[in-house]
Design a protein around this ligand. Structure first.
Ligand code: PEP
Length: 254
């Protein structure tokens, strides 16, 4: 059976004091949830805090972006090796907010993906369609293209070290969740795309669902055969909600 994984994406939220209280509560809440894996992707300035509070615990940590360059004159950018220095296991790549607000193309996302793999981190590679694309009936084409760029470049072998997050753009931060059947259909499609290249890698691939996952909808989503957990935005900022979602993953993995 594939592992279940729940990762929080804090986006641009947090302060030292708030983070401390949140992480303490989450650590307490997941103490006995041994069946699944858990992580948080925090803003860069809080990586040191995450590292010092989470080292040796059940909660891994990571970043929400990285530069595709190893080093150089790239003011404001953060190199993969810098994230490794702070113990990051995960790095989110190709989030729809990066694609839409920071104009990150499939090609840039693919270069960042390569950089994360090269640095030894696990990319959480986000794919997903907009509402117009879903209504236009091109969800599969959009997701296939987003995946294809990475598969063509890094090769299917890289998928063994990758987490994919299917995040329909229309469901992120909107309170609208894809139904379990809608999400399952796209997850199965993603797995099938990878299976065309390597069946075994596809079977082991961890595919998270993201988009308004909450305590109340997580059990149904995580019960679907190709949904291996969640990438959680808003609800990851509230300890009680995030722990409830972690518990749903733990229960689904039993
Ligand atoms: C996200 O930011 O990846 C996300 C899924 O956000 P939310 O859970 O708030 O929809």
């Amino acid at each position: 059976m594939r592992r279940k994984l729940v990762v929080g994406n804090w986006k641009m939220y947090g302060r030292l004091g708030r983070n401390k209280a949140l992480l303490e509560e989450v650590l307490k809440g997941i103490k006995d949830l041994n069946n699944a894996e858990y992580g948080v992707c925090v803003p860069y300035p809080y990586l040191a805090q995450a590292q010092s509070m989470l080292q040796g615990t059940k909660l891994a940590w990571g970043a929400q972006n990285l530069s595709q360059h190893e080093e150089g004159a790239f003011t404001g950018a953060v190199a993969p090796g810098m994230l490794v220095d702070f113990g990051c296991r995960y790095v989110i790549i190709g989030h729809s907010e990066r694609r839409a607000l920071f104009h990150e193309s499939n090609e840039i996302a693919s270069a960042k993906f390569d950089a994360a793999i090269k640095a030894g981190m696990t990319p959480i590679f986000c794919v997903g369609e907009t509402l117009a694309e879903r209504e236009g009936g091109v969800t599969e084409q959009v997701v296939a293209r987003q995946l294809e760029v990475v598969l063509n470049h890094a090769g299917v072998e890289a998928m063994a070290k990758t987490v994919i997050a299917y995040e329909p753009v229309w469901a992120i931060g909107t309170g609208k969740t894809a139904s379990p059947d809608q999400a399952q259909a796209v997850h199965a499609f993603i797995r099938q795309q990878v299976a065309q290249l390597d069946g075994q890698t596809a079977q082991g691939l961890c595919i998270l669902y993201g988009g308004s996952v909450k305590a109340n909808n997580s059990p149904e989503l995580f019960a679907m055969p190709d949904i291996d957990g969640g990438l959680i935005g808003g609800a990851s900022l509230v300890a009680e909600d995030f722990v409830a979602i972690c518990r749903a993953a733990h229960m689904a993995a039993q």
